[in-house]
Design a protein around this ligand. Structure first.
Ligand SMILES: [Zn+2]
Length: 347
């Protein structure tokens, strides 16, 4: 990693960590924080520092990796033999016991560079019960010079037996000012022209997660978001065909999963419910689509329609709780859009 600056909203957490004398650093650590706020950057900086042979102190008094020693070079080129990241295997919903057993074997091996060893488990909440049981002893008494770092979105998602064996640190989300400042600099450095209103809209959509905002502008996600809004409009206001609109959306997606389309649909349904029940636009996420969402909200006035929109909300919520991908995503999309049409029809 070349950029050693700690993201401004993480500085208080970084200061809390006993980093100046690494001997004081806890051996089993649980970090929690929302996705899209720069967790990976923080953890990468932390691991590099724990492995660094010549830690330096910044002008602000922060401990930082030197960026120049052999260990730093090996880490930044993804070749450090004393670092291991435990990842879920493709198509597996959990981190299984076999994977954990082999990683425990790695933990027990001798340190190559004699500057400690770091194991990183990125989705601590995905450890299966048997995998969790297998790693408990190692978490409780890691070998000398070994640090185990676990990451999860929320503390409560991690099994209590794991939590109780780790020291917990929170990675806070940036406030709007910090997120806006970071994004403005990021787009300036990337030479991408974007005005402050667009940045505010992106931050609203991404709930202040600046790396999610970057991901939106670096992918076709904004296009997907607009496409689902257009499909909703055509169906609700011009008597469009849900089957036809689903087909058009599938063309846009090619072979990509529909998760983001479903997510946008879900947030727009939530916004309509907020407009109906709270009556103000302060909490609307898709603020740039306020006029369209307000028009939908005005259209859905009868009792029957209101219960329909709640049923769409329930179904989408269940979709995001599902642990397996749907067999036929197009059919699922069609069924949601048919429900949307029924919801908008005046009887
Ligand atoms: Zn170094």
């Amino acid at each position: 990693m070349t950029n050693q600056t700690i993201l401004s909203w993480f500085k208080p957490t970084w200061q809390q960590l006993p980093l100046i004398d690494k001997a004081n650093f806890p051996q089993s650590v649980l970090l929690t924080g929302k996705q899209g706020i720069g967790r990976n950057q923080f953890i990468s900086q932390l691991i590099q520092l724990l492995l660094c042979q010549s830690v330096k102190t910044s002008e602000e008094g922060q401990a930082l990796a030197c960026g120049q020693c052999q260990s730093c070079h090996l880490f930044t080129s993804n070749n450090h033999a004393d670092f291991y990241q435990l990842k879920r295997l493709e198509n597996k919903q959990t981190l299984g016991v076999d994977q954990v057993r082999s990683v425990i074997d790695w933990v027990e091996l001798t340190t190559t560079l004699n500057h400690g060893k770091v194991l990183f488990i990125a989705e601590a909440e995905k450890l299966s019960i048997s995998a969790s049981n297998a790693i408990l002893k190692t978490l409780e008494e890691p070998p000398e010079n070994t640090t185990i770092i676990l990451l999860s979105e929320y503390e409560k998602q991690v099994l209590p037996t794991i939590r109780s064996r780790c020291v917990h640190y929170l990675l806070p989300s940036p406030d709007t000012h910090q997120a806006r400042e970071f994004l403005t600099n990021w787009y300036t450095n990337a030479k991408i022209e974007i005005d402050s209103t667009q940045i505010d809209v992106l931050l609203k959509i991404c709930q202040n997660a600046p790396f999610d905002a970057i991901d939106l502008t670096n992918s076709n996600k904004l296009e997907q978001r607009k496409a689902i809004l257009n499909a909703m409009k055509i169906i609700a206001l011009s008597n469009g065909s849900p089957v036809h609109e689903a087909k058009e959306l599938m063309k846009l997606m090619k072979k990509e999963p529909l998760d983001y389309i479903f997510y946008c649909f879900f947030t727009m349904i939530i916004d309509i419910l907020k407009l109906q029940n709270l009556g103000n636009h302060k909490h609307v996420l898709n603020i740039d689509y306020f006029n369209e969402l307000n028009a939908f909200s005005n259209l859905i006035s009868q009792y029957r329609q209101k219960s329909q929109i709640f049923s769409i909300y329930d179904e989408l919520q269940r979709y995001f709780e599902m642990t397996v991908n749907p067999l036929n995503a197009q059919l699922l999309l069609e069924s949601y859009l048919i429900k949307w049409k029924n919801c908008c029809l005046n009887s």
